[in-house]
Write a protein that binds this ligand. Structure first.
Ligand SMILES: C[S@@+](CC[C@H](N)C(=O)[O-])C[C@H]1O[C@@H](n2cnc3c(N)ncnc32)[C@H](O)[C@@H]1O
Length: 178
């Protein structure tokens, strides 16, 4: 089975346990990066999983659309549906979204799961509007920051800020277009 189907299958199988297992770990990452999220605008949370961030954090009037490849994760996320919060089942390497639709994009702990990271960053570039912001949280373990920087530079992105905390397994990156 290809990596993408294996990943989807794994998250489908474990969706019901996800919140219990990962709420604390992911919560640390949201706390670390929440200050960098604007209070209003249209946020696409790519690889949103069960939308734990919606459960754990007050996102004010930020309109939120979560996208995830696992229908079972999205089924749980749908319990968090709201006038300002919606969900799409989809592949972040081939986003079913039109160009420049997003004002903010987040992806928490998703990069390690992807088959083709350049394709993902390319999609991020395509759907982000001109003055948009990207918040990436990437596992420090196995991270090749130089490789990621190269992919970002090829798409005219720059890393504005690195955010790091000892108790977070992820490095936070605040990214914007040149
Ligand atoms: C570690 S979980 C993180 C979930 C969520 N961001 C959070 O903070 O809890 C990774 C998520 O990425 C999703 N994912 C992996 N590959 C994907 C792809 N190609 N397209 C969309 N979602 C994907 C998985 O289904 C899973 O829900």
């Amino acid at each position: 089975m290809c990596k993408k189907l294996t990943v989807k299958d794994d998250y489908d199988k474990n969706a019901v346990y996800y919140d219990r297992r990962y709420a604390r770990i992911q919560g640390v990452k949201y706390n670390m990066l929440l200050n960098h999220l604007p209070k209003i605008g249209l946020l696409f949370d790519l690889g949103c999983g069960t939308a734990l961030i919606v459960k754990l954090k007050k996102l004010d009037k930020l309109r939120y659309i979560g996208v995830d490849i696992s229908a079972k994760m999205i089924k749980i996320a749908l319990k968090r549906r709201h006038f300002y919060k919606n969900f799409i089942i989809g592949d972040v390497e081939y986003l079913p979204l039109r160009e420049k639709v997003a004002e903010v994009i987040s992806a928490f702990t998703v990069l390690q799961n992807l088959e083709d990271q350049p394709l993902f960053i390319n999609e991020v570039k395509r759907i982000l509007n001109k003055s948009g912001l990207v918040i990436l949280s990437v596992l420090k373990k196995n991270l090749s920051l130089d490789n990621l920087k190269n992919i970002l530079v090829k798409n005219n992105f720059i890393i504005e800020r690195k955010v790091e905390e000892n108790d977070s397994e992820d490095l936070g990156l605040v990214i914007s277009s040149i």
